[in-house]
Design a protein around this ligand. Structure first.
Ligand code: M6R
Length: 611
């Protein structure tokens, strides 16, 4: 939610900040804005910042950037996902103090903003927006004066007064060579360059300029100039810089000839799976980055949201069968407020692509406070969820830019298979022969996904035939059930169309009433040797008999199928990795056919850092 970029250095700041915002636009696209601290003050600016902001996508702001724009070597920029105050020009960030000298951008929610606003208004501050952020600009302005112009000291002081979650960046016209940032429960990372430095929500904003990044912890304040980076805690104590090399390359965050990021990411899946498997199979394979005792675990709880939750549901089937452990899968937003029982024998697996999803982070913290061991499955190095877990399994999907998750889902499932097999090895719950066989099958998945991708064209054509349907239903059983939940989520998210996933066995308990003449039903048929193959075939018959048009996915065609999408044969537990690919393609194509914005669907954002 919201993308943030700050730049100070040798180059013109405007183009670098706009370029960074373009990379971060997936985080929010309700409005965008920029504040420049001019090198030389144009007369009409009276020593103020130069600010431009506009409702709508970043392109709206860009088309506004005409006429005389002052030279500036420092700037901050923001792309917004609205929480407090609608997506208007006035509510767009940056927000300024009453002198127009200090600008603030923010990601997160300031929970006590109304109290702060009342106090500030009583002191004479005038507000122009409905946002929670504007209170921070006024508060920081007063604190800076009290600290004789020391913006970092002012930032440390006000962080103590703010409740909620925030990444904040601030700049002041009287000290243009400095940007100050702070974070609590929202992401912020420093990009360390030569004669230039960056602050951003994530590394994709500056990866084309530098691959050196510095992690910031909870309640830390970073102060950057062109030649210096200083990180302190809220007491003002200087902290060592935790620098790391970014392994993604700049091209990975570009569209590379594809019409949409989502399509590119669908086609990157074989590689993402292979990368996630490297060094993790066989006797020498190492699945978890840090050492954690996997013995003496009595229960596993998987916490996640959205697509990551569906990956967790697939993981439950595999883990219960291979590792002989009871596994609960919980929506993170429900788990944390239920006060569920957990203890040191509970293994909590937090799954998150971004590693910043607030609900998942809070669920993790709750479980930790109860003494549970935490393993994170995460795609983003140094993200909060990865840092706060006891151990990590990184997925190596590379940057996922499209809001709809595809390759991250595949690699999350792979990571959870690996974790399940690790538990099975440690606790010797299945034979080494079966483990070797499963590992062999897992290793063959990238090739099989590749085969599916080579034959998607007819599926795209078929999808377009259903573009005017009011609704599409999805049927699956066993691991096919979480897979169809994911297929339905993708379709809702991208095509803005009613879509629901059902367990085949549940149909007769109510949902079958939805079936009407011509209702498109996408059904995943398990492999022929599955004990539920016949049951699923009957469920398909049941909907067909009531007028449904059957689009069947599987490794063998049923006579009842109106349309058949072939996927290679694999063991049943691994089938979701293959079966989800056609579902992603259906959702993608439907969004294109309906003229929707594929990479930035309405009302959504990639990284959900608010509750
Ligand atoms: O970054 P996370 O994996 O924690 O994100 C969780 C969900 O917000 C995410 O999977 C969401 O459901 C996707 N946009 C769905 O495509």
């Amino acid at each position: 939610m919201c993308g943030i970029v700050g730049y100070v250095g040798k180059s013109q700041a405007l183009s670098l900040v706009i370029d960074g915002l373009r990379k971060l636009e997936y985080r929010g696209y309700d409005s965008a804005g920029i504040a420049l601290a001019p090198d030389l003050q144009p007369e009409n600016l009276e020593n103020k910042l130069w600010v431009e902001k506009k409702a709508g996508k970043l392109s709206n702001l860009e088309s506004q950037l005409t006429g005389e724009i002052p030279n500036a070597h420092s700037a901050i920029g923001h792309t917004r996902w609205a929480t407090h105050g609608g997506p208007t020009d006035l509510n767009a960030h940056p927000h300024l103090d009453n002198e127009g000298k200090l600008a603030v951008i923010h990601n997160g929610i300031i929970e006590n903003y109304l109290d702060l606003r009342k106090e500030l208004e009583a002191k004479g501050h005038k507000f122009t927006s409905q946002t929670d952020t504007e209170s921070v600009a006024h508060l920081l302005s007063d604190a800076r004066k009290a600290h004789h112009g020391d913006l970092a000291a002012a930032m440390r002081e006000i962080c103590g007064k703010l409740r909620g979650s925030f990444t904040l960046l601030a700049i002041h016209a009287d000290d243009p060579s400095r940007i100050v940032g702070a974070r609590r429960n929202s992401p912020l990372v420093v990009g360390a360059g030569e004669g230039e430095n960056f602050l951003a929500s994530d590394v994709s904003a500056f990866i084309s300029q530098t691959k050196r990044a510095i992690e910031l912890g909870q309640d830390e304040v970073a102060e950057i100039t062109a030649d210096s980076i200083e990180v302190t805690n809220l007491k003002g104590e200087k902290l060592p810089l935790k620098e790391y090399e970014i392994s993604w390359n700049a091209q990975a965050a570009e569209r590379g000839g594809y019409e949409h990021f989502m399509l590119k990411e669908i086609f990157e899946q074989p590689k993402a799976i292979s990368d996630t498997l490297i060094g993790r199979l066989g006797k020498e394979g190492k699945v978890i980055e840090n050492n954690i005792d996997l013995k003496n675990i009595s229960k596993v709880v998987i916490v996640a949201c959205g697509t990551a939750y569906h990956a967790g549901l697939v993981g439950k089937y595999a883990m219960e069968t291979w590792a002989h452990l009871p596994v609960d899968v919980e929506l993170a937003s429900e788990y944390r407020y239920r006060e569920p029982y957990a203890d040191e024998k509970t293994l909590v697996v937090a799954i998150s692509q971004s590693g910043e999803t607030m609900d998942t982070l809070m669920a993790l913290r709750y479980a930790k406070s109860q003494g549970a061991k935490i393993v994170a499955i995460c795609n983003t190095q140094g993200a909060s969820i990865a840092r706060e877990a006891d151990a990590i399994v990184y997925t190596h999907a590379g940057p996922e830019i499209a809001v709809a998750s595809t390759k991250a889902f595949e690699t999350q499932i792979i990571a959870i298979y690996l974790l399940a097999l690790q538990l099975a090895k440690v606790n010797q719950t299945i034979s080494p022969e079966l483990i070797a066989e499963l590992e062999y099958e897992i290793e063959s998945l990238p090739n099989k996904v590749e085969q599916i991708l080579e034959t998607v064209e007819p599926l795209r054509e078929l999808t377009r035939k259903f573009k005017d349907a009011n609704s599409m239903l999805f049927l699956g059983r066993h691991v096919g059930y979480p897979t169809v939940l994911e297929g339905a989520l993708k379709l809702k998210e991208l095509a803005y169309m009613h879509a629901e996933g059902f367990a085949g066995g549940e149909l007769k308990h109510g949902p079958i009433a939805l079936i009407d003449n011509g209702t498109p039903v996408v059904a995943i048929m398990p492999p022929a040797n599955s004990i539920i193959a016949e049951k699923m075939a009957s469920n398909i018959q049941e909907v067909k008999a009531r007028g449904a048009v059957i689009i069947q996915i599987g490794d063998h065609k049923l006579a009842s199928a109106d349309h058949y999408i072939h996927i290679p044969t694999s063991p049943e537990f691994l089938q979701p990795v293959l079966a989800v690919v056609p579902l992603q393609v259906i959702a993608y194509e439907m969004a294109v056919a309906r003229g929707n914005d594929v990479d930035q669907p309405r009302n959504l954002a990639k990284s959900v850092t608010v509750e």
